[in-house]
Design a protein around this ligand. Sequence first.
Ligand SMILES: Nc1ncnc2c1ncn2[C@@H]1O[C@H](COP(=O)(O)OP(=O)(O)O)[C@@H](O)[C@H]1O
Ligand SMILES: [Mg+2]
Length: 387
Amino acid sequence: MIRFDQVTKRYADGTTAVDDLSFEVGEGELVTLVGPSGCGKTTTMMMVNRLIEPTSGRIFVDGEDISKVDPVKLRRRIGYVIQQVGLFPHRTILDNTATVPALLGWKKSTARARAAELLDLVGLDPKQYGSRYPEQLSGGQRQRVGVARALAADPPVLLMDEPFGAVDPVVREQLQDEFLRMQAAVRKTVLLVTHDIEEAVRLGDRIAVYGEGRIEQFDTPGAVLGTPATPYVAEFVGADRGLKRLSVTEIEPDDLDQPAVARAGEPARQAAARLHDDDARWAVVLDADGDLHGWVGIDELSLAGEEGLVGDLAHRMNAWVPVGAPLKQAFGVMLQHDAGWVAVLDGARFLGVLTPAKLHEALRRSVDADAQGVARDEVSFDSVADA
Ligand SMILES: Nc1ncnc2c1ncn2[C@@H]1O[C@H](COP(=O)(O)OP(=O)(O)O)[C@@H](O)[C@H]1O
Ligand SMILES: [Mg+2]
């Protein structure tokens, strides 16, 4: 959808901001450009909507060489979220959001209806916020309006230059989550610039790591973190890349341990005897459908009366995550509940538990899979925990 073909940008003072750059962003793909300040990210982005012209090389949008497209027409197809949001202070939030449709000559009522729809999409109630002015919004809310405005004319391509840069880390994470949810629904082709590797990893389908005006590595977040292509990339992604990898590696059913299981409707003493034979201290309690009911300890089961059922003794199990969630989420839940394991569910159905040893194993598997370029379940190795 966006293709750079040997693009170089040299400014009048001789600075080479972008040096012989070639890469491609697929339709519906979100690519993050990440690198330190001054490495040419903004220059790259602004060449896509022709706010800056390349010195040499060609850029294609949807197969068209953009040097041959009228810049005004080009920009109508490209939403642009700039670093400092840049809302008009004397226009209401609704009118700010409707800026591009208004420029395109949409009927006022249509433009406003569209703006209201977009504000809703970015989590701002148009009834509550539409008539306010930018200064009456928090920084995070203004950034949301910036995103809504860029999407208002429904452009297939979105350029975002540090769109969540001006807010504190908590709001930032919130905005990132909202943006990902939105992107899953609208599937724009997105080029997003950031200097923050965490953000790049979190948002990108693929990441372009920039050195000085050049791409050092262009790959999936997992591959960049797992197998940095150059010492520069290794340095940039940081020594804690194992931790970052936790946030991009998803829990798969194969990662899980199968602990002892008791049924909610089962006599407690019967379950106690079985656990005893299996040398288990506790069991996951499931209902008749295989849904998670809770957990129970062998001591409680042993002390139960003749009539006692497992279900009556079970504790609520709060430490759980859905399958497919990132390992980081499982780790967080483990810490939060001070638990030695977390249950992994598919809907309500219990699939197994993730223990610290299994978590480590899953992480190692994903590193090795990226290094070998194969799927995670094709990798075998002896984990530290097994040794
Ligand atoms: N108009 C300009 N004239 C001269 N040099 C510029 C201009 N704009 C940017 N630069 C230089 O080009 C390089 C890349 O800048 P930029 O693309 O803004 O980087 P980034 O967005 O990664 O911080 C920097 O060295 C910057 O100083
Ligand atoms: Mg910049």
